[in-house]
Design a protein around this ligand. Structure first.
Ligand SMILES: *[C@@H]1O[C@H](CO)[C@@H](O)[C@H](O)[C@H]1NC(C)=O
Ligand SMILES: *[C@@H]1O[C@H](CO)[C@@H](O)[C@H](O)[C@H]1NC(C)=O
Ligand SMILES: *[C@@H]1O[C@H](CO)[C@@H](O)[C@H](O)[C@H]1NC(C)=O
Ligand SMILES: *[C@@H]1O[C@H](CO)[C@@H](O)[C@H](O)[C@H]1NC(C)=O
Ligand SMILES: [Zn+2]
Length: 453
C-alpha cells in the first residue's frame, strides 16, 4: 500500500523557501484564498513540474491552424508564474530540476506516472448564480459551488443568466464570476437573458461587450422555445450587427449564444438572416442542439457543414440521457466537422421536462461534472481516442470564442491543467493558472510527511 503511493507520487519537497517576497504564485497558504491543502501543496513554489504523464492537447501549427496532435506525447509539463513555461522532454527534466534547486528557487516535482494530462476544461454555459424557477420560487436552483466546479475539471467557465432575468441580475453574476476568478478559475460571462429587449449591465449590448472585460457576447437568448420572447427577424439582425461590431472594437469573439427550444420554427430565422444579410455565421452560437430531437439535430448537421458553431448540452445522469453522446457518435461516423461543436454542462440550470401539452413532468438540475462525464463516456464506453473526445470542452470552444491562453497545453498558455486517472478518467489534480486547486483524495498530510524527501 505505502509502496504504491510511493510509486505514484514521489514528491520531493524543496528546501525552506528563502525567497518569500519574490514568489509569483498565490499559493494555497495565502490567507486570502480558501484552500487548505495538505503538505506539500500548502507551500509556495516558483516552479511546478508534472512528470511522467501522457500529455494531450499540444497545439500544432499544421495548415497555420491550431489543432490537436492525435497521439499523446510523453512530456513533462513545467509551470511557472501561472503559465506553461515548457513542455519538456523527460530526458532533460532531472537536469532542469537540479539547476532550479542550485539557483535556490523552489520547485515541486509531481510524478503523474502514466496518467492523462489534458488542458483544463472550458465550459461555456454555467448558471453560476443558479437558474430555473419554472416551478415557482421554490424551484430556483442554487448558486454554483467552487468545489463542484473544480471536481468537474473545469478551469474556465462562462457564466450565464437564463430564464429569469428579473429576480436574477447581471451585476450579481458579474460579482460571482469575479469571485470564482479570485479562487483560481478563469471566468467570462454572457450579458442578457432569454428575452429581448435584452437585460444589460450598462444600458446596451454594445457597451456591455466593449466596456466590461468579462462579457464576451449575449446569451442565452431563447429561440423557438415556449419561454422565448419570440424576437422578430429584424430585432435579431440588429442584435447580431451590434454584437459583431462590439466584438470587433473590443477584440472579442462578439457572439450571441442562442438557447434553442423544440418549436417547429427551429433555426429558420437564422437561416433567413444569413440569406438576407452579410452577417457572418460565426456570430451565432447555438446551444441545446442535440437534446431537442432529430429535427434540430439535422439542423445542427447543416449548420456545422456551412461553418457554424453548435453547442451540445452534456447528457444528464439523473435523466439517463444519451442524446449528446449518440449525436457525437453519429456525427463522427459521418465525418462531419467536429471542430464546430462544443459540449457544455448547463450546470445549475434547471432541466424541466414538459409533456406535449406543456405540462411539467419532471424537474432536475445540471451539474458541472457533466462535461467531464461526456469525455469519460466517449472514451470508456465508445472507445474514442482521448485527443478527439476532449476537443469539445477544450480547443473547440477556446478557439471559437477567442479565449486567449486557453484550450491547449502549449508553452505560453495558461497553466490550466487536468490530470486524469488513466483507468477511469477521474480527476487527480486540477491546476488553474498555476494554482493547485485539487489534489488526489488519497493525498493526506501524514502520507507526505512519510514520503517527502
Ligand atoms: C504546511 O504544512 C506543514 C505540516 O503541517 C507545516 O509544517 C508547514 O509550516 C505548512 N506550511 C505553510 C506555508 O503553512
Ligand atoms: C436562401 O437562399 C437560397 C438561394 O437563393 C434559397 O434557395 C433558400 O431557400 C433560401 N433559404 C431561406 C431559409 O430563405
Ligand atoms: C435511470 O436509470 C436507473 C437505472 O437504470 C433507474 O433506476 C432510474 O429510474 C432511471 N431514471 C430515469 C429518470 O429514468
Ligand atoms: C485509478 O482508478 C482505478 C480504478 O478506479 C483505481 O483502482 C486506482 O486506484 C486509481 N488510481 C489512482 C492513482 O487514484
Ligand atoms: Zn438554455
Amino acid at each position: 500500500m505505502w509502496n504504491l503511493f510511493y510509486i505514484f507520487v514521489f514528491i520531493i519537497t524543496s528546501g525552506s523557501g528563502a525567497f518569500e517576497d519574490n514568489r509569483p504564485y498565490k499559493q494555497p497558504n495565502d490567507p486570502s484564498t480558501r484552500f487548505q491543502s495538505p503538505p506539500p501543496f500548502n507551500e509556495s513554489y516558483q516552479f511546478i513540474v508534472l512528470t511522467g504523464g501522457k500529455v494531450y492537447g499540444l497545439p500544432t501549427n499544421s495548415n497555420s491552424e491550431t489543432e490537436y496532435t492525435c497521439t499523446p506525447e510523453r512530456k513533462d509539463v513545467v509551470i511557472a508564474s501561472g503559465k506553461i513555461l515548457s513542455i519538456m522532454d523527460p530526458s532533460k527534466t532531472t537536469a532542469f530540476i537540479d539547476s532550479i534547486r542550485d539557483s535556490k528557487l523552489t520547485i515541486l516535482p509531481i510524478s503523474v506516472q502514466d496518467h492523462i494530462v489534458i488542458p483544463g476544461l472550458v465550459d461555456v454555459h454555467v448558471h453560476a448564480i443558479g437558474g430555473g424557477g419554472e416551478q415557482g420560487p421554490y424551484s430556483r436552483t442554487p448558486e454554483s459551488r467552487l468545489s463542484q466546479l473544480i471536481n468537474g475539471g473545469l478551469t474556465t467557465i462562462v457564466g450565464i443568466l437564463g430564464t429569469d432575468g428579473v429576480t436574477r441580475s447581471l451585476s450579481s453574476l458579474l460579482q460571482k464570476m469575479k469571485s470564482l476568478q479570485h479562487d483560481g478559475l478563469t471566468t467570462w460571462m454572457w450579458t442578457g437573458s432569454y428575452r429581448i429587449p435584452i437585460v444589460t449591465l450598462t444600458g446596451s449590448l454594445q457597451q456591455d461587450v466593449l466596456l466590461i472585460d468579462k462579457i464576451i457576447g449575449a446569451g442565452e437568448l431563447a429561440l423557438s422555445d415556449h419561454r422565448s420572447s419570440w424576437p422578430s427577424k429584424d430585432e435579431l439582425k440588429q442584435l447580431l450587427s451590434d454584437v459583431r461590431v462590439a466584438g470587433m472594437l473590443s477584440g472579442k469573439a462578439g457572439v450571441i449564444h442562442f438557447h434553442m427550444g423544440s418549436a417547429p420554427t427551429k433555426i429558420d430565422l437564422l437561416w433567413q438572416i444569413l440569406n438576407e444579410t452579410t452577417i457572418p455565421i460565426q456570430h451565432m452560437y447555438l446551444t441545446h442542439m442535440s437534446s431537442r430531437g432529430d429535427a434540430l439535430i439535422e439542423e445542427a448537421k447543416k449548420w456545422i457543414q456551412v461553418g457554424g458553431m453548435c453547442d451540445f448540452t452534456a447528457d444528464a445522469d439523473v435523466l439517463n440521457e444519451t442524446a449528446t453522446v449518440e449525436t457525437l457518435n453519429k456525427f463522427r461516423a459521418e465525418k462531419l466537422p467536429l471542430k464546430q461543436i462544443s459540449v457544455s454542462s448547463d450546470a445549475y440550470g434547471s432541466f424541466p421536462e414538459y409533456d406535449s401539452s406543456g405540462r411539467l413532468v419532471s424537474y432536475s438540475m445540471g451539474l458541472p461534472d457533466l462535461t467531464l462525464k461526456t469525455i469519460q463516456n466517449l472514451v470508456l464506453k465508445y472507445s474514442w481516442p482521448i485527443a478527439e473526445a476532449i476537443q469539445f470542452s477544450t480547443s473547440n470552444p477556446a478557439t471559437y470564442l477567442n479565449l486567449k491562453g486557453k484550450g491547449f497545453l502549449g508553452e505560453g498558455y495558461d497553466a490550466d491543467v487536468l490530470v486524469l486517472n488513466e483507468t477511469d478518467l477521474t480527476p487527480l489534480y486540477v491546476i488553474g493558472r498555476g494554482q493547485i486547486l485539487k489534489t488526489p483524495t488519497w493525498v493526506k498530510h501524514d502520507m507526505f510527511e512519510q514520503f517527502s524527501g
